[in-house]
Each structure stands twice: as C-alpha cells, then as structure tokens.
Design a protein. Structure first.
Lengths: 280, 316
C-alpha cells in the first residue's frame, strides 16, 4: 500500500474530524472565558493528522510502553489536543466544556499528571522539545520502536531553550524525533518578524542537523507525506516547517494576533461556529 | 576536640553513582560540561552508553532528564548549584517538579566554599529556591558518609530531589545514618540546641565542645533532610533545651534558620538566633577565610550561643 493511498483513504475523515476539533476549540474557549483560540486553530490539522493517523497509540492501553509520544511544547494550544484526544477515545468528550474550570483535568496548559493521555506537562515555552529529546533518547536506549513528535510554536523559536534542545536532538542524531513548527507567523503581540525575527527558520533547522521539510500545514496530503518521509529518514531528526494560518477556519480570527489569547464572546462564538458548521 | 579526617563529598557521590549504576541497568546520568568536578565522570567512564554530557545547557539538561525519567528511569543530573538551581530554575520547576519526574539533581559547589571563583558561582539561594517547589525533596549532607546515604535514599523513591554538595572536603562528623525526614542528633544536651547543615555541622560540634568546657551542654542536630523537615525533632529540642541556634552556609533570609523559626514559632516558641550569610553575594577568596568573613566563624557562632544563653537566664 502506498502512502498516498493510505492517506487518501482517510482524508475525508481527517477533514471532518478537524472541523469538529475547531468547533470544540470555539466552544471550549467561549465557555472558559479565556484561552488561546488562535494558535489552537492553526495547529488543529497537524494535531488531527498525528492523533488520528500517524501516532501508534491505543486508547484502551494508554500507557502502552511502545506507543509513540506527542509533546505539545506550545502547551497553550491545549484545546486542540484535548478535543482530538477525546474524540480518539482517550476520555469522554462530555468533559471538554470544563476547560479551565476548578477541578477539571483540562488545565489551561496541558497537564500530564491531571490528564495522563497528555504525555508531558508544558506551558512555559522551550521546555517540551527538550522533554521530547529525552523521550527519544529513552526509546533508543531501551530499543523501543517509539517515535516522538514535538509541536512547537513560532514565538517559541525566540527562546534560547528551543535551540539548546534542537542542538541536542541533532547532536544525538535522533531519527525517532520529529519537530513540527506551527508557523502561523504571529505571537501574542504581533508578527514574529516584527518582534524578533526567526527567519530563515528552515535554514536554521538544517544548520542544527535536521532533515527539514516545508509544507502547507493545512493540507492533509502534505502533512501525511511529510510525516511519512520523517519515518523514512535515518541518521537525523526531522523538522517540519508547517506554514499555517493563525485562527484558521474562522474568517474574522484568521491572521489576527489579537486572537492569540482572547476567547470569543457569545456573538463571536455563534458566528465562528456557523462558519464551522456547528452550534453553541 | 579530636582532629576529624576530611573526605570529599563529591567523590562519595561519584562512587555511589557507580554502585547505583551496577544495580540498576536503566539508571542514566546527565551532566553539563562539569563531569570532572561533579564526579559524574566516574559513572560516565564505566557506563558511557548511559551517560549524557550535554555541554553548557543546564535548563535543557533538566528538560531532557525529565523526558528520560517519564519513560520509567531513574535519572541523575549534575552541575554546580548556581546552574542547577539558578540557571535552570524554571526547567526544574515545570519539566521536573510539575511533571513529578523521577529526576535527582545533585548539585556540587554550593555556598561560599567555592572560594576563588567568586560571588557569581557561590550559590547562597538554592535551598530557598528548591525548597519552595512542591514535591521536591531537599538534602544538604554534612559529610561524605551522609552523602552516600542520601544518594542511596533519593534513588529509592520515585520523584524529584535536590542534593547540595560542597566543593571542599569536609570533616567526617556522622556515621552515615541518614534517613529522609529525620534530623540526626550528633550530641546530646539540655541547655540549648544547635541546628546546622553542610559544612556548618562540624563548626556546630566545635561550638558545643567549647561550651562543654564551660559546663554548658548543647544538643547538636544535623538537619541534612531540609525537606521533608523533621519538625518533631525541632519542637522536642525547643521544649527540652529552651533555645535554638541555627547555622547555615546560605542566605540567612531564606534558608535553614527561617525554616526552623517557622516551625518553632508556630509549635513551641523559644528564643532563637541565626548564623548564616547576610543578604549579600560572596566574593573571591580562600574558602575557609570566606566563611569566617561572612559571619560563619566558630567564634561568631559561640558569641551567638552565649547571647542566647544569657537571654534564657542560663548565664549572667
């Protein structure tokens, strides 16, 4: 079976699932009254492709040692991951509206201890990628086939820790490690290139010894193909620069940095959901 | 007082690590370009496949350690105290403690005894930083035998720990009978209690010996287990001896003295005095002269003990 046929068999499902995840992101951040819709919407297709296609994970055996690991280093995109994991069967989607409520396992930034389906607690940027390097080293030492995927944000690429960890992944030649950059171009206060430019970002990854691919982060065929190529790559970790749109799928949120850390009000949530084919 | 032989806490750490590595084939060790100084090189020589010297990236050493630990391993990570607790603080906070990862941070070169390297490298705030982290165990051994016992103790449970070691060799003052959450009574006495950690334990014993020659009996507690803290031993000391002197090589605002004061004030208030480093950074100099210059001399501690005894009405 070729990759393309494997992918095309599920493309419609992935598209439908991603739409559901985007609806959840709007509903969750609306109910919570806070949160990060912009970066959750931009990373949705990447998370959906990983959780529903790429990762060898099993909701019935969530702690299966040989599973693949996904570390969401941009832990503020929690709603996207929560929705995907719930629909994949790791927990009841009914608790999604409890995001950020007292006592909920759905913390504002992903919490491994409160929600074990999440592989690593992250939030303060630049740390998840190092944890992923540690997990990849662990798998290699134990001769486990586990692969480790780290999703980082582009504002996060301004953090020194990100480059320390990238350097370590390259130095140890971790070909079971894939770093995926959600390159939506915007951070809390504006454009990355206006605040502290990170370009040429793909060249930087290459210089850090990563097999580097640049793709459209909203194209499932492109995402699946890149993940497949990462799996085939030996002797180097892979970096995928996924060009995305902040707020993707909601016209009035797209490419607006103001939606980084602001929830929709009721009217905005209803409008967003109408565009996404859902209701509050 | 009989001359005590001095031994290296760092050597004890390195040797114990090798022992642990023999026992547990999944144990891994990380260092950040200081493996000769921290003695993790001993482990690295014997088990090169399980030793990762990551270079000068202390925060990322902690995040990598966490990732390794979440797979079920015991992970040791070492560097100097200023880098482990200072440079890497938020990585220790989130990647290690918030994740409750089984990472054992063994930091060498704590305190003024670093000597020549000066104030930038003399870490005097690490106990405050590490003790504030939920779930973190904190230990400051006074000698080599306690170091060995402490390393074995932290390897035996699942969760984060921070151990502060000293660059200088220190007199052997214990028989290595260390237990988590328990203060070790090194000398019995009923006139006052001296609670001390690290290099100050030997000095506390010196103060007690001098007091003894004047007919005053001081109890001496080695408080190596900073967290969990042995509050029972503190309250018992307060009740039975009526006065407490603390001695520490740490900023006096935020270390052992404040820990003891808090326990005693809420449980069994008695007069207290604190010997510690004033709210200052250190400077270059001979390690032992630095201790004296920053208020940690045996003579200064003795003066404080007499002041307490006068306050208690034990002497006029």
């Amino acid at each position: 079976m070729s990759v393309t046929s494997a992918a095309s068999a599920t493309l419609d499902d992935l598209t439908a699932t991603a739409r559901q995840v985007r609806q959840d992101i709007i509903r969750m951040t609306y109910h919570a009254g806070s949160g990060h819709p912009g970066g959750s919407l931009s990373v949705t297709d990447l998370v959906t492709a990983l959780v529903f296609h790429e990762l060898r994970i099993d909701p019935e055996h969530a702690d299966w040692p040989e599973r693949d690991r996904l570390v969401l280093s941009k832990g503020h995109a929690a709603p996207a991951l929560y929705s995907a994991l719930a629909h994949r069967g790791f927990f009841d989607p009914k608790i999604l509206p409890t995001l950020r409520e007292l006592g909920s396992p759905l913390q504002g930034h992903v919490d491994h201890r409160k929600l074990p389906a999440v592989e690593a607690s992250t939030g303060c940027l630049g740390q998840g990628i190092g944890m992923a390097v540690g997990m990849a080293l662990d798998a290699r030492l134990a001769r486990r086939p586990s692969r480790v995927y780290a999703i980082i944000g582009d504002g996060e690429c301004q953090a020194g820790l990100t480059w320390e960890a990238l350097m370590a992944g390259g130095h140890y030649a971790l070909d079971n490690l894939v770093v995926i950059l959600d390159r939506n171009g915007l951070e809390t206060d504006g454009k990355t290139e206006d605040l502290m430019g990170i370009e040429p970002i793909a060249d930087k990854f290459r210089a850090f010894r990563y097999e580097t691919l640049e793709i459209d982060g909203h194209s499932f065929p492109a995402i699946l193909d890149a993940l497949h190529r990462a799996r085939e790559t030996k002797g180097h970790p892979t970096a995928i620069v996924a060009r995305t749109v902040k707020g993707k799928g909601v016209s009035f949120m797209e490419n607006k940095h103001a939606w980084h850390g602001k929830p929709p009000n009721r009217e905005e949530a209803e409008r967003a959901l109408a565009e996404l084919g859902g209701t509050l | 007082m009989a001359e005590r032989k001095s031994e290296s806490l760092r050597d004890a750490y390195g040797q114990t690590l090798v022992e642990l590595g023999d026992r547990d084939p999944s144990l891994v060790v990380l260092d950040a370009d200081l493996s000769g100084s921290t003695r993790t090189a001993l482990f690295g020589k014997k088990y090169p496949d399980r030793f990762f010297n990551v270079g000068v990236m202390e925060p990322t050493m902690m995040t990598i350690a966490s990732g390794l630990a979440l797979g079920g391993r015991t992970v040791f990570a070492s560097t100097f105290a200023v880098f482990a607790a200072g440079q890497a603080y938020n990585a220790v906070r989130q990647s290690v403690c918030y994740n409750r990862a089984n990472v054992k941070i063994v930091a060498t070169h704590g305190g003024l005894l670093v000597g020549g390297d000066g104030g930038t490298h003399q870490m005097l705030e690490d106990i405050a930083l590490m003790r504030s982290l939920p779930g973190m165990t904190v230990i400051v051994p006074a000698d080599a035998p306690t170091t060995r016992a402490a390393i074995l103790a932290i390897a035996s449970f699942d969760g984060p720990a921070y151990v502060r070691l000293t660059r200088e060799n220190l007199p052997v003052v214990t028989d290595g009978q260390f237990a988590l959450g328990q203060a070790t009574q090194l000398r019995e006495g009923s006139d006052l209690t001296i609670v001390a950690i690290g290099a100050m334990v030997a000095r506390a014993l010196g103060v007690a010996e001098t007091l003894h020659q004047s007919g005053i009996e001081a109890r001496v507690l080695d408080f190596a287990s900073i967290k969990p803290a042995d509050e029972k031993a503190l309250l018992k000391a307060a009740r039975e001896t009526g006065a407490i002197l603390t001695m520490e090589e740490h900023n006096v605002l935020t270390g052992l003295g404040t820990l003891v004061a808090s326990a005693v004030a809420t449980g069994q208030p008695v007069p207290m005095r604190q010997v510690g480093v004033p709210d200052l950074f250190g400077e270059s100099g001979d390690p032992w002269k630095l201790l004296d210059n920053y208020g940690l001399s045996e003579k200064h501690a003795l003066d404080e003990a007499w002041a307490l005894l006068r306050q208690r009405g034990k002497v006029s």
